[in-house]
Design a protein around this ligand. Structure first.
Ligand SMILES: *Cc1c(COP(=O)(O)O)cnc(C)c1O
Length: 385
C-alpha cells in the first residue's frame, strides 16, 4: 500500500487498510452471479457473531440503518421520548427522529465524554421508551449501571458501537448489554466494507425480526422462494437496508485483520499518551481501563485554557506540519440547525459544548507506526510551546 498524500497531509487522521486479500475477495464476487442475498454476507454475519459473542448478527448498509432498524423494531414512534447523548454523531439522533419519537438530550461526563448516567436517570419521564447510549470514541459506557436503570423502568436500550469495535466490559463485547448493538464500517472506522454496518443482539429473536425489516418485510428468504420462483408475501412495512456481497467480502478480510488493528491502536495510543503526559493544561479524555476496555478510536485531547479560536489555530498548525486531526464533534447535536427547534435548556449540553470547543482528536489508527506517533507528539510539543 502506498502511503501517498491523503487529505492534504502525510499523516492522515484515518485511512482504510485494504490489500491484496480484499481485492481478491471482491474479484471473486464479481466473477460469480450473486451480488446480493448471497452466502458471503451470511458468512460475514456469522464471523461477526463469533468474534463479538452475539446470538445473531444482521449485516446492513450503514450504522445509521442499523440504528433506525433498532428503534423501528422497538415500535418507538410519535409521542415517545428517547434519551440520547448530546455529544455524538448526528446519526444516533436522526435514527430516533426518523421514527417520529422525540430525542431528549442528556449532557456528557467530563472525564469520558460518555452520557452522564446521573443526568440520564433524571431525564426519564413517563413518556420515555428507550435510551440510546454511544461508546464515545471507543470508551465503553458503564452498561452495568445503564441496564440497572433501564430494567427498573422497562426501557429499550440501543448501543451505538460505531467506534467501539473490540471494546469490552469485563470481557464481554459492547452491543450485547442492551437490546441492540449497532456498528459502522465507514472507511475510517475500525473496520471497513466501503459503506456498511452490523446490528447484533444478545437476543436472537430481535435479530431475526430486524433481518425481515432489512428487506421489505418479505416473509421468506431468497432460498425459500425457490420452490415457486418469485412468489412471496409481505408481512409489514420494511426497508431496503441490505449489505451487498461485494461489501461483505471486504468485511470478512477486514475481520481477519482486526486483532492486529486493535493491537496497533493500543500501542499508538500508549506512545502518544506517554509522550504528552508532562503537559498539565491538556487532558486526555477517558482512556478506559481494565474492566471498561476501550477500542482506542483516537486520542481526544482537551486543551483546558484555550478558546475555540486558539484551538482551531492549533489544528491549522498541525495540518501545516502534515498531521491530520479531527473534532469529535463540531457541535453538540442540539446545537445543529436541524435540532435547534427542540426547546431544551443549556444544561443538556454545557459540558458537551466544552469538549466540542476545546478538544482535538489525534489519530492512533493502524495506518500509523511508532515513528508517526513520535512525529505527532513532537508537533504537539512545538505547537503548544
Ligand atoms: C460513524 C458513526 C455513525 C454513522 O455510521 P454510518 O455507518 O456512517 O451510518 C453513527 N454513530 C457514531 C458514533 C459514529 O461514529
Amino acid at each position: 500500500m502506498s502511503r501517498g498524500n491523503y487529505e492534504g497531509v502525510d499523516i492522515p487522521f484515518g485511512r482504510p487498510i485494504l490489500e491484496e486479500e480484499e481485492k481478491n475477495a471482491v474479484s471473486q464476487v464479481l466473477e460469480g452471479p450473486i451480488l446480493v442475498h448471497g452466502p458471503i454476507s451470511e458468512l460475514f454475519e456469522s464471523r461477526f457473531g463469533e468474534i463479538t459473542g452475539a446470538d445473531g448478527a444482521c449485516a446492513v448498509s450503514s450504522c445509521t440503518a442499523a440504528l433506525h432498524l433498532a428503534f423501528f423494531d422497538s415500535q418507538i414512534g410519535a409521542g415517545d421520548e428517547v434519551l440520547v447523548p448530546s455529544l455524538t454523531h448526528v446519526a444516533t439522533v436522526h435514527a430516533v427522529s426518523l421514527t417520529g419519537a422525540t430525542p431528549v438530550f442528556v449532557d456528557c461526563d467530563p472525564v469520558t465524554g460518555n452520557i452522564d448516567l446521573v443526568k440520564m436517570e433524571r431525564a426519564i419521564t413517563d413518556r420515555t421508551k428507550a435510551i440510546a447510549v454511544v461508546h464515545f470514541l471507543g470508551v465503553p459506557v458503564d452498561m452495568r449501571v445503564v441496564m440497572d436503570i433501564a430494567n427498573k423502568k422497562d426501557l429499550v436500550v440501543v448501543e451505538d458501537c460505531a467506534l467501539a469495535m473490540g471494546a469490552t466490559i469485563s470481557g464481554k463485547h459492547v452491543g450485547l448489554f442492551g437490546d441492540y448493538g449497532c456498528f459502522s464500517f465507514y472507511p475510517v472506522k475500525h473496520l471497513t466494507t466501503g459503506e456498511g454496518g452490523m446490528l447484533i443482539s444478545k437476543d436472537k429473536t430481535r435479530v431475526d425480526s430486524v433481518k425481515k425489516l432489512r428487506a421489505f418485510c418479505v416473509d421468506r428468504t431468497h432460498a425459500e422462494r425457490n420452490s415457486l420462483p418469485g412468489w412471496y408475501d409481505v408481512s409489514g412495512v420494511g426497508f431496503n437496508y441490505r449489505m451487498g456481497e461485494i461489501n461483505a467480502a471486504i468485511g470478512i478480510e477486514q475481520l481477519r485483520r482486526l486483532p492486529s488493528f486493535l493491537t496497533q491502536r493500543l500501542k499508538n495510543f500508549t506512545i502518544l499518551n506517554e509522550s504528552i503526559s508532562e503537559y498539565q493544561d491538556i487532558r486526555v479524555l477517558g482512556a478506559g481501563g481494565r474492566i471498561l476496555q476501550s477500542s482506542y478510536y483516537c486520542m481526544n485531547v482537551v486543551f483546558e485554557d484555550v478558546t475555540r479560536k486558539k484551538r482551531d489555530l492549533i489544528i491549522r498548525k498541525m495540518k501545516e506540519k502534515g498531521i491530520g486531526t479531527s473534532i469529535y464533534y463540531p457541535q453538540p447535536v442540539p446545537c445543529f440547525t436541524a435540532y435547534a427547534g427542540l426547546s431544551i435548556d443549556r444544561q443538556a449540553f454545557e459540558i458537551a459544548k466544552n469538549v466540542c470547543e476545546k478538544s482535538i482528536s489525534f489519530p492512533v489508527g493502524p495506518h500509523l507506526n511508532e515513528q508517526d506517533m513520535m512525529r505527532i507528539a513532537d508537533a504537539i510539543r512545538e505547537v503548544i510551546r
